[in-house]
Design a binder for this molecule. Structure first.
Ligand SMILES: NC(=O)c1ccc[n+]([C@@H]2O[C@H](COP(=O)([O-])OP(=O)(O)OC[C@H]3O[C@@H](n4cnc5c(N)ncnc54)[C@H](OP(=O)(O)O)[C@@H]3O)[C@@H](O)[C@H]2O)c1
Length: 340
């Protein structure tokens, strides 16, 4: 089968389209024919060997075939697989610990990581969702009671009328965060670069801010929840922009911002009324994907897909995303003929 293979850290050019052996499922796995995958910022962060990627693979990537989001069809099941059968259409996120490997024609998936895809979505639409939308959903739920731990709880829920600001709203995570926050009745402000603002309005953002012209932490406005996917400010700047019981949650950011969110955030959270920090990411959660499946089937949320690339052009897709051009998601279509 054809697959994108990565044997060293570096820019997207290190990826190679190769002919590799088609995998055979173990007893508790299914062989899935991949119809679509999608690229995430996390893919190029792993590829470039950021400090977090090097925990798993100090010298070279831990997984030879990258790619975490998947939409496809079960082709063969191992003898202990009970809940799925050949022909089932699935979606999911095969991030650690599920083995990655979705930039390929086939991948083996443990039964406990298989999730049924929404019936009304194409494979391309479905592949755009699992990773980014689950991250958005889990981070929007950080309204639970604060505790003196490293991480914020993800057991709360947005209340109608709350003022929510999404920083980096025009990307993969952000476009889902805007729509899910709107679904819960929030008043949503989306922050991103100029070219993404019309799209943000079109998916429901009540207000938009162009970060190239305005710093929302200096505007005098206050928010009940700030969700930041690109945190690059001091935690104290964010604190200033929160309402008295406001919450700041950081999905990803600079090393300084991560350090502050993890170590100063819990201190701020237990000594005052504002809460600041990170939510522990739990990829591919069954309940989250069931909830999202219902939202998509009811047309309450739609994936924003900028463009699709064939499997052979994964490197180009990653470059496009990394350069900041993408409005929402970039999808990989896997054709099962000579045109991969
Ligand atoms: N997607 C996932 O599945 C996933 C899972 C776990 C963790 N994460 C983490 O979440 C982060 C974001 O992921 P993503 O997929 O949403 O990335 P993305 O698609 O690249 O989106 C990031 C967005 O932030 C905007 N941006 C860049 N600089 C900004 C600034 N200074 N202020 C405001 N907006 C700014 C970008 O727009 P411009 O380039 O036009 O400025 C882009 O629209 C990544 O670091 C990733 O590791 C993502």
């Amino acid at each position: 089968m054809k697959a994108i293979v990565c044997t060293k850290y570096g820019p997207p050019d290190v990826l190679q389209l190769k002919e590799v052996e088609k995998p055979t499922p173990k007893d508790d796995e299914a062989l899935v024919k991949v119809h679509a995958a999608s690229v995430n910022a996390a893919d190029f962060e792993i590829l470039r060997g950021t400090w977090s990627a090097r925990f798993g693979g100090p010298l070279r990537p831990m997984y030879k075939i990258p790619g975490s989001d998947i939409a496809g069809r079960v082709e063969v099941v191992g003898r202990n697989v009970k809940q799925f059968q050949p022909g089932d259409e699935i979606w999911g996120d095969l991030s650690y610990p599920h083995g990655f490997g979705t930039f390929a024609e086939y991948v083996c998936v443990p039964e406990n990581a298989l999730r049924l895809k929404p019936a009304n979505m194409t494979f391309e639409e479905a592949a755009a969702v699992p990773s980014a939308a689950v991250v958005a959903l889990q981070n929007l739920r950080c309204a639970g009671p604060s505790s003196p731990s490293l991480f914020l709880s993800d057991e709360g829920q947005i209340q109608p009328g709350q003022k929510v600001l999404i920083n980096g709203a025009g990307g993969g995570v952000g476009t889902f965060a805007v729509q899910i926050a709107k679904y819960f009745g929030a008043e949503v402000t989306g922050v991103d670069s100029t070219k993404k603002l019309d799209m943000l309005r079109s998916i429901g953002a009540d207000h938009v801010i162009d970060y190239t012209h305005e710093d929302f932490t200096k505007s005098g406005q206050h928010y009940d929840l700030i969700l930041d996917v690109v945190a690059n400010r001091s935690i104290f700047n964010y604190k200033r922009a929160l309402s008295p019981r406001g919450i700041f949650v950081m999905v990803r950011g600079s090393l300084v911002a991560i350090f502050q969110a993890l170590f100063l955030g819990p201190l701020i959270s237990i000594t005052g009324s504002k809460k600041m920090g990170c939510v522990m990411w739990k990829p591919n959660q069954k309940e989250d994907l069931i909830f999202l499946k219902e939202l998509f089937e009811a047309d309450k949320v739609v994936p924003v897909i900028d463009r699709c690339y064939p499997l052979s052009k994964v490197a180009e897709a990653l470059r496009y995303l990394e350069e900041g051009h993408a409005l929402g998601k970039v999808v990989i279509t896997v054709e099962h003929n000579n045109k991969t």
